[in-house]
Design a protein around this ligand. Sequence first.
Ligand SMILES: Nc1ncnc2c1ncn2[C@@H]1O[C@H](COP(=O)(O)OP(=O)(O)OP(=O)(O)O)[C@@H](O)[C@H]1O
Length: 320
Amino acid sequence: MSKKINLYILLNPIAGHGQSIKTWSKFEHLLEKEGVNYSTEVSPYPGAFISIAKEYADHAHDKDDFLVVIGGDGSLNDVLNGIKLSNYPETPIVYIPAGSGNDFARGAKISDNLHQILDALLDDPEVVSMDCGSYTGYDRNSLLSKRSYFVNNFGIGFDAFVVHASNRQRLKNALNKINVGSLIYRLNVLGALHKQDTFKVTIKADGKRYDYDNAYMVTTTNHPYFGGGVPILPSANVHDNKLSTVVVQKPNLSKFIHLFTKILSDGSQIEDPHFHFVKADEITVQTSKPEYCQVDGEDSAEKLIFKVEFKIDHFNLIKY
Ligand SMILES: Nc1ncnc2c1ncn2[C@@H]1O[C@H](COP(=O)(O)OP(=O)(O)OP(=O)(O)O)[C@@H](O)[C@H]1O
């Protein structure tokens, strides 16, 4: 006879263009079959998981109670930020990846096998500490003044431009319904390659200062991936207690295409003279002119000039 567990399930119905709902109906079927106690909260609006997760984690829970998130990177980000605001920021998360990009699951090697997840919960699951990034910053409009957290990356420049354009696409939701949402993303990559300007950036880490002109993309990352599986920095690792900031400079067009081909193919960009990175537990990034930023796939609605202080942080995840 399995032990008694209680699951508090947070479902983002729009994650993965509805993939999350399919995942949930399969998981619900398994829970019913095993007679597991559960309750479900469907996210009513963007960002709702922040207050919902905070409220859950404001109270101590039994070790057989589990907070389960079904969704993509944005859903996990919202839950992490809610838990970090709560009285019990060490509350562990059970994460079932069901988004479109699932970069955190890819970077942290988290399986989406529902049988495996339930078996682990019914056994005595191990809690593992995972790296995440924390950031606070100064910008004209104080949008970054409150310390917040990311599981994947905080990008300024090209990746943020693509995310901004894709999230704002008026047709996006309609197109997602007929499964061409990823086409929009690719078209926006091409558009951003052309439209993204360059800027100056200063990076400070481990007592050293690095100044770059012509920066095109400045991404502080917790693991190798961004943009739904693009390995921007293959050596980044969710267990090394470090964050990495990558700076890609824009050379002339042919060198630039060559550099992007390397990023998309074999990871050899790290030897390119226009690709730079620092790895540290605290990193400051300062930019010279207004640019978009993206945090775990959600963009700043407006362009900002940044001075952002990043610090490595951690959260608890149930291992399965
Ligand atoms: N009811 C809702 N309606 C619209 N958006 C919502 C709702 N609930 C949550 N959201 C927002 O949906 C956004 C996207 O969710 P999520 O990132 O989980 O899915 P995804 O974009 O498909 O996956 P990935 O980020 O892995 O590509 C989140 O930022 C979240 O705040």
